[in-house]
Each structure stands twice: as C-alpha cells, then as structure tokens.
Design a protein. Structure first.
Length: 258
C-alpha cells in the first residue's frame, strides 16, 4: 500500500501572533483506488496559513492545479493586518485561476485544469476561511463540531433545496460534481468567513476524499477522543479501512493559550 505523506507537528510565532499558540499536523494519501494523488496540503504554522487543494478528478492535470495553488499560497508572506493578509490570499488564488485558464486554452482538445481549495489563515487571534468547491473546514469547540464552510456542489444545492436528505449527499451518484473551483471559470468566486478563535479550538481542513468516507459525527468523536497526531492518523485510517475511493487529505490545527 502506498504510504501516506506525513508532516510533523509544528508550532511557531508569526506576525499578528496575538495571545494564542497553534499546533498543526497534516496528512495526504493517494487512497485505496487511485494511482495518482491530486491533492496537495499546505501547513505553514510560521505564517499561520494552512490549506487543502483537491485537483479535480476526471479533468486534465488536477495535480498541476492543486500544486500551483499551494505554491502560490506558500509565497504569501507576513502582513501588517488581517485584511491585507486575507487580501493577499485571495489575490494569489485569483492569479492561479488566471494561469490555469491560460494553460487550459493551450490544451489541444481544450478542457479544464482545476482544483477545489479550502484555506485557513489566522491573525491576531481571529481566523478567516476562504474556499471554492467542496473541500471543507470544520471547527471543533466545547465538545461540538461545526462545519464552517458550505459546499459549492450540485448535491449541496439539492440538499439546500430539500430534494435530498443531508445524510444521502455523500453517496449520491453526482456527489463529485462541484459548482466552483479554481481554474473552472473566468470569474473565480471565493466565499470568506471570519470570526474570533477561542483557546481549545481545533480546526480541520480536508478534501472530499475524507468526508466521502467518514461522517461528521465520526469526525467529531475522533477529535474529542484523541490528541492531534493520533486524531489525524485515526481519520486517515478510517477512510482507508472503508475503501478510500478518492485521495484523502487533511490538516488539523489546534489553538492553545499562550
């Protein structure tokens, strides 16, 4: 079996550090079915910036799209304010969108080179999420689990319209159809959410390879029961045990009092 790529737990100060410290771990795995991992993860505790990018399956060069996203975000440096930090992240994703559209036009048969993305950035004890597609961000707080992103996908639109039940979405035959992605359209629409962080908060960023195999309730139980490294390993192992039809990637970030 292909071994997961594992990143060591990290913690570091950063501009706009505030009173909280952050520890993070990341995992990415090709899964049990596919032969190519088109996911990429970014874990930059030094800059307080984390991301998961999922190359769009069935399209050309999904790994190129996710790789360009992570490369662009890696170049985002420290900023003097949360707004400039957030704007730099959004600007980098817009630049990648334009580059991917140019690359797609150069393909002989046309097509799309794209990826979904979920980003978490922290400044002065506040977080912002930026996302496009169905890669997700969760927040575990006070024993509960909240999904703080809203999927840009066909099945999510069906759930919102009451056409299918939320628990049926993951198994729906069109569960892989996203309505937004970096590289998919001339205009990249990004959703943004921001709020304060509390000591003890744990964030999970993940690709749909995890959420297609593991329920929100199971994610919550694992995050409550296990420390950060063990929780990352447990989530990955559970998805693999269930057949992991897609690449599986996740990043866990814990906020602690300084």
């Amino acid at each position: 079996m292909t071994q997961p790529q594992s990143m060591d737990e990290t913690q570091a100060p950063a501009p706009g550090a505030g009173r909280l410290r952050f520890r993070s771990v990341a995992r990415t795995h090709v899964g049990a079915v596919r032969t190519l991992n088109e996911d990429r993860v970014l874990e930059r505790a030094d800059a307080r910036l984390w991301a998961v990018a999922d190359g769009m399956g069935g399209h050309q060069a999904g790994e190129v799209a996710s790789g360009l996203i992570v490369e662009a975000l890696s170049a985002v440096g420290g900023r003097h304010s949360g707004y400039t930090f957030l704007n730099a992240v959004c600007d980098s994703l817009q630049a990648v969108n334009r580059e991917l559209l140019d690359r797609a036009q150069a393909l002989e048969a046309g097509g799309t080179i794209g990826a979904t993305v979920a980003v978490l950035l922290v400044h002065d004890d506040h977080y912002a999420c930026v996302w496009a597609g169905d890669s997700r961000v969760y927040l575990a707080r006070d024993g509960g689990l909240e999904r703080i992103t809203h999927d840009h996908s066909l099945v999510q639109e069906m759930v919102d319209a009451g056409a299918i039940a939320p628990e049926d979405a993951a198994a729906h035959r069109q569960s892989n159809v996203v309505t937004r992605a970096v590289g998919a359209d001339e205009t990249l629409m990004l959703d943004v959410l921001h709020a304060a962080i509390q000591p003890g908060d744990v964030f999970l960023l993940c690709s749909d390879g995890l959420t297609g195999m593991v329920t929100d309730a199971e994610i919550g139980r694992i995050l409550r029961a296990l420390p950060l490294e063990a929780a990352a390993d447990g989530l990955l192992a559970l998805s693999l045990d269930r057949g992991a039809r897609d690449n599986v990637s996740l990043v866990l970030i814990a906020a602690e009092a300084g």
